[in-house]
Ligand binder design. Structure first.
Ligand code: NAD
Length: 290
């Protein structure tokens, strides 16, 4: 069994970013709006700031009080939309209760929407038009591309139909491309006879949010397994992170698997920074980075 690790994938992504930035006369800027005191979110943004620093992208975290009014957040988004020095805007989750995520996402200039969640960007993705695309689906495609796992004509099954993973990923896998052109099936919590479907997959992608949900009995032998999941678990009193795939069980039958940690999640962070560069490109109407 081959482990499809993130390390070589992000090395290539970082080289691409560095080479692009070396030709710029300014450091690109990502502004993250954060309205929570969630420790996982704190860890994530601190990590992003450090990674950005290393690579030449200014990542600014705007921490807002928990009792902030939605109107104030909208005002801030509009200010960043109008600020030429801000290339990318992201709203860090979770948001406090009462906030309307759709309204906030919809207020971001689509050309600065590095999460790729704006309806305009989702539409562009489905229409195969140039635009900012969600980072996790991009991370899956980038990983497949790096390991030269073509999807053309293959049967790809995704477990999970969320707007941020399953649906946009299905869209990318339908692109007329060597790393698209797949026959895609999306399964979800209402799917019947799930194992019968997953056993047909040449490539199985798990995005259920259920720790170690996929086991070897759900796989076709020699299939490729992409684990999008990140779940915190406590085992024998120790906290650790596992995916949506039972790695030990599946490694007995799969040809290759992405590990957790050190798999799709790590590539996703790199893709977010690459999206900042993509945003700079879009804002400058050049297309040398697609
Ligand atoms: P979500 O909760 O929005 O969606 C989960 C999906 O799984 C739903 O469509 C649901 O129908 C499906 N599902 C749940 N139980 C199922 C079952 N028993 N059988 C079949 N389908 C079932 O989750 P999400 O936001 O899409 O995230 C999915 C996973 O990916 C989570 O583990 C999350 O932590 C992880 N994630 C990782 C990254 C990353 O950067 N790698 C980014 C986002 C999410």
């Amino acid at each position: 069994m081959i482990e499809l690790t993130a390390k070589p994938v992000i090395k290539t992504i970082n080289q691409e970013i560095l080479s692009f930035i070396s030709n710029l006369s300014f450091a690109p800027r990502l502004n993250i709006i954060r309205i929570n005191n969630d420790p996982a979110s704190e860890y994530y943004v601190t990590n992003l700031v450090k990674k950005g620093e290393k690579i030449g992208i200014n990542v600014d975290v705007i921490n807002m009080p928990l009792d902030t009014d939605e109107k104030d957040v909208l005002q801030l988004i509009r200010r960043f939309n109008d600020d030429r020095n801000v290339n990318a805007i992201m709203i860090q989750k979770p948001l406090p209760g009462g906030f309307n995520e759709d309204i906030l996402t919809g207020a971001i200039d689509p050309d600065k929407d590095v999460d790729g969640f704006h309806p305009v960007n989702m539409g562009k993705l489905l229409l195969e038009k140039d635009g900012l695309k969600p980072c996790t689906p991009l991370a899956v495609i980038e990983t497949l591309r790096h390991y030269n796992i073509t999807t053309r004509g293959k049967r790809v099954v995704i477990i999970g139909r969320s707007n941020i993973v399953g649906k946009p990923l299905a869209g990318l896998l339908l692109y007329k491309d060597l790393f698209g052109d797949a026959t895609v099936t999306i399964c979800h919590s209402r799917s019947e006879k799930l194992s019968d479907i997953t056993k047909e997959a040449d490539i199985l992608i798990a995005a259920t949010g259920k720790a170690e949900f996929v086991n070897k009995d759900m796989l076709k032998s020699n299939s490729i397994v992409i684990d999008v999941g990140i779940n915190q678990i406590v085992r024998n009193g120790k906290t650790s992170y596992v995916g949506d795939v039972d790695f030990n069980s599946c490694s007995k039958i799969a040809q290759s698997i992405t590990p957790v940690p050190g798999g799709i999640g790590t590539v996703t962070t790199a893709m977010l920074l690459k999206n900042v560069i993509k945003a700079v490109n879009i804002q400058n109407k050049v297309d040398i980075f697609d």
